[in-house]
Design a protein around this ligand. Structure first.
Ligand SMILES: [Zn+2]
Length: 188
């Protein structure tokens, strides 16, 4: 699947705008490789606000839970985070696949879980939104036609019946990704 109605450049611009509005910064000063928490001063609650703005801009539903929480839910308590709130070897393996290696901060088994959210960058957030947009089904669920269009290059509608596009939500996409990686690599 994929879509060619909304470009990554537009998504990056909206991500910068959402961050700028939430954190009261100038969008021009925000760079793709910056960490929201370390470089831009975001706190946990700010992510809710930034995500809400992106959901409104694109008509999507972003993930409510981090990858680590999904690993715990799918593969059992203690599979990602041990009793001392530290990352397991398996969690580190998965995070490296997900976030790319090398990472700005070195992760290893025993790293405190609080070190993970600062790894979220402007580019990473842009990619998460692109993943959701790329889940656009080939045909409209309401009328069955394949006639997606986007007049503002942000919201996708059916050119045939006018229905809003139904994308897969962010949490489902993370679970699908974990299922696929597990099948390929048998980490757990
Ligand atoms: Zn339709």
């Amino acid at each position: 699947m994929g879509q060619n109605l909304i470009s990554e450049a537009v998504v990056l611009e909206e991500v910068k705008k959402a961050i700028a509005q939430t954190l009261k910064l100038e969008p021009e000063k925000i760079q793709p490789d910056q960490s929201l928490m370390k470089d831009l001063g975001a706190e946990s609650l700010d992510f809710l606000d930034i995500n809400y703005r992106l959901e409104q801009a694109f008509g999507i539903k972003t993930a409510r839970h981090f990858v680590l929480e999904h690993i715990e839910e799918m593969f059992g308590e203690g599979s990602a985070i041990d009793e001392n709130s530290q990352l397991t070897e398996k969690a580190v393996t998965l995070l490296k696949i997900r976030l790319g290696d090398p990472l700005p901060v070195e992760l290893r088994a025993g790293t405190d879980m609080d070190e993970v959210p600062p790894l979220i960058t402007v580019q990473g957030m842009t990619k998460a939104v692109m993943d959701i947009l790329d889940s656009l089904p080939s045909a409209c669920g309401s009328c069955g036609n394949s006639a997606w269009k986007s007049e503002d290059h942000r919201r996708v509608k059916c050119g045939s019946c006018g229905a809003e596009a139904a994308f897969t939500d962010g949490d489902t996409l993370i679970r699908e990704w974990l299922t696929r990686i597990q099948e390929e690599k048998k980490i757990f």
